[in-house]
Design a protein around this ligand. Structure first.
Ligand SMILES: *Cc1c(COP(=O)(O)O)cnc(C)c1O
Length: 225
């Protein structure tokens, strides 16, 4: 069973990497290096281990608690792997998050930015951060509103939070391209080099529009239970 998982993940990963190479030749906006992140929520440690063996170096988890249960052992076994937080973060979980994750992709309000900056100073773990943008202005979705990104960026500068890029999850029922293009323009405006955009449904579009990090769940791991 595990071998089947590993083989199918290697195959999916090869397909994704081929797509990236093909687009790098065809489209000028494609990034030179695109990180293929495994979005590993709900996946058990043995499946994640197979994904690491298949060649995935970056993983994203949505919940601090789930990550704390799965990742300390995985990180000990595979110290080269980078773990990204891609779900909402409460300020009372900042300590655990800074201790465990390597990248925080979901900074979306000043209070959280401040708590992260303080914890990074306290621990000396200076983690690259992304600002999550609610690009489709959906009421139920996390992320800062597009018109508030400038304010949050300035605030992060004053508290010296290392923001590297922008992240988004576009509306499910709309074509993603205009949203990805808008996120790219915003990143350009603020001179941010990284763009975390693209999931199983829309990663090809995201790569064409300049994504530097695609977050893949179902394409790599199959349907979630
Ligand atoms: C679950 C999740 C993904 C991956 O979703 P798939 O559609 O399975 O590829 C990517 N990003 C975030 C923020 C997620 O929560």
């Amino acid at each position: 069973m595990e071998e089947v998982n590993g083989a199918s993940m290697s195959k999916s990963l090869a397909h994704v990497r081929d797509t990236i190479s093909k687009y790098q030749e065809q489209y000028p906006a494609v990034a030179r290096h695109v990180t293929v992140m495994g979005a590993s929520k709900t996946q058990p440690p043995e499946v994640i281990a197979s994904a690491i063996v298949a060649g995935i170096t970056d993983f994203g988890e949505n919940r601090v608690q789930e990550a704390e249960a799965k990742w300390p052992a995985l990180k000990a076994a595979y110290p080269q792997v980078r773990l990204h937080l891609i779900g909402p973060l409460q300020t009372n979980k900042v300590k655990q998050a800074v201790a465990l994750f390597d990248v925080i992709q979901t900074v979306d309000r000043p209070k959280l930015a401040q708590a992260l900056a303080q914890e990074m100073v306290r621990t000396g773990r200076r983690l690259p951060c992304f600002i999550q943008v609610n690009i489709g202005k959906e009421s139920q979705k996390a992320g800062v509103m597009p018109e508030e990104v400038g304010g949050l960026m300035s605030y992060c500068k004053t508290i010296d939070l290392p923001v590297q890029g922008l992240m988004c999850v576009p509306p499910h029922n709309q074509p993603p391209a205009p949203h990805f293009a808008m996120l790219r323009e915003m990143a350009k405006q603020y001179a941010l080099p990284k763009l975390s955009m693209g999931m199983s449904e829309d990663y090809e579009t995201a790569i064409r529009l300049g994504s530097t990090c695609i977050r893949l769940g179902r394409v790599l791991f199959g349907e979630r239970n």
